[in-house]
Design a protein around this ligand. Structure first.
Ligand code: FES
Length: 227
């Protein structure tokens, strides 16, 4: 008779996995199981993605549009990224992500610098950067609020949620509040259609948002922004 196989023992400290579709998953995974053990750099303190060299964009609290590309731990992460791709062209997306994390947006100058680093033409880098809406082509606030107004969310009142964000931040669509905290944008489907209205704030998802939730959510963000 064959023996029942026991599952492998897990490390005792559970890790709250942010999950792919937001902050909803609870899995008994250790941090090492999620991130691997060859991670380079500092894990985002709030809402960042726990992947290894992290090629996933999040934004530092204090962005520095003139920060060097790249030095210190960012240089380590940049070099780590290069080892994962067959050529520099293939590494363009994660390198742009890294630049955005550091500088907050990808300006024309940043495109040129990244092109020089990777030996790619300005036109190529610009073509890629402008194709993806996740790259901010101009500065955004400390919190980039992206409200999905696509079909599922729209049917459930996304327009009113968007309006509430604009009203309570005192901004216009795509503009940044005078305190520099908030930029509110309308986006296409965030792939969280089961939880309308879906809102992405920096790299974190907030689901099933209604207009009445907006003041408390902004208060929470303002408290974070004042830290
Ligand atoms: S329609 Fe809003 S997340 Fe898909």
């Amino acid at each position: 008779m064959s023996e029942t196989r026991k599952p492998p023992e897990r490390e005792s400290i559970p890790f709250r996995n942010p999950g792919w579709a937001g902050n909803t998953g609870e899995f008994e995974l250790s941090e090492r199981e999620v991130r691997g053990d060859d991670y380079v750099g500092t894990r985002p303190a709030d809402g960042g993605h726990p992947s290894r060299a992290t090629s996933y964009p999040y934004m530092l609290e204090k962005k520095d549009p003139s920060a060097p590309l790249f030095s210190g731990s960012y240089r380590e992460r940049y070099e780590k990224i290069l080892t994962r791709y067959p050529d520099t062209r293939a590494a363009l997306l994660p390198v742009l992500n890294l630049a955005q994390e550091l500088r907050g947006h990808i300006s024309q100058e940043t495109m040129t610098e990244v092109g020089a680093l990777l030996d790619l033409s300005d036109a190529y880098v610009r073509g890629v950067t402008t194709f993806y809406t996740m790259y901010n082509k101009r500065p955004v606030g400390r919190f980039l609020i992206q409200v999905c107004t696509n079909v599922s969310c729209n049917l459930c009142g996304a327009d009113d949620v968007l309006e509430a964000f604009l009203e309570h931040t005192g901004t216009e669509l795509g503009g940044t509040s005078t305190d520099g905290l908030f930029t509110v944008m309308e986006v296409e489907c965030l792939a969280a259609c089961g939880f309308p209205t879906a809102v992405q704030i920096n790299s974190r998802y907030y689901e099933s948002i209604e207009p009445g939730d907006v003041p408390a959510l902004l208060k929470h963000l303002r408290e974070q922004g004042a830290e």
